[in-house]
Write a protein that binds this ligand. Sequence first.
Ligand code: BDR
Ligand code: CA
Length: 354
Amino acid sequence: MRRVFCVALSFVQLISFDCILRLVTAQGVCYGQNSCLKGFALPETRSIIIDTDPGQDDALAILLALASPELNVLGIIGVAGNVPLHLTTRNIRVVCELANRPDMPVFAGADRPLKRALVTAEHVHGSSGLDGADLPEPMMKLQSQHGVDFLVETVMNQPDKSVTVCMLGPLTNLALALQKEPLIASRIQELVLMGGGFFEGGNITPAAEFNIFVDPDAAKIVLTSGIPIVMFPLDCTHQVLTSQRRIANFRALGTRIGAACAGWMEFFERFDEDKYGTDGGPLHDPNVITYLLKPEIYGSRFINVEVETESQLTRGMTVADWWGVSGKEPNVTYVRDVDADAFYQLLLERIATL
Ligand code: BDR
Ligand code: CA
């Protein structure tokens, strides 16, 4: 439908940049090239799948992806995490409609971790998971296909190594997909995930970060899968703190989306401000998307990372061999540094376009 609409517009020379990009990339014409149409310098596009448990920081990550013409979002999968699955899949659709993208395919994935009871985080995100902005119930429907099947099918059917998977919550869906079709491991271009922490300690227990703690068994499957992994642990995300000035910039956009972002950030930051005594809270998940757009704002090292699944004390701990003392093969690009001002500038600039 959107394609037809774009074509019609093109004949009257009213094509928006975004519309051209979506039309051309949808047909696979400009994949991996810098320019597709004579006279237009289009940015290289990257096809991504987002797997998420919104969550205010997840919501900002989704908006950033939808605002970025370099990214072709193939679909968004919900997982149980910050709140149960029926709320995360609702919240994804709230965000898509806020961004005026009711056409985005949204799928329900796993409603619980592989082997354990679900742990949620309403104490951080509020009872809806997306408290802080007053937004209408979504009208758009969930896809009938299961999210794990969508993930497998898409990775198997798209060109080899052309799909990047962005994981913003527990890693359950990707672990299930790997169990269902192990071949996806060699076909995924890159996996970029928010999870873990080592130098910062944990945020749900002294040792573990929430996304990994919720489903450490899934994390183990993913970390040992051989997929090229870029990991955004708390060691990085705790450097991108909201502040009154940064939040005011979003409100000053004067748009419904700007107001929603500001409301979400204000709601979300109070928990971490109280906990850490900081001015502002960390926006974890948008780092996964800003990395795809501006990798140069991050500093990382390719190291071995393993996850603890057994210990009562340290369940979900990600042991990061930063100094290479274990002699084990590196499996993760572990991101530890970020230019926080560049991060917020990019987020603001892109969300201003929605
Ligand atoms: C992670 O847990 C969730 O609460 C956030 O959305 C983020 O993905 C941070 O530990
Ligand atoms: Ca999340």
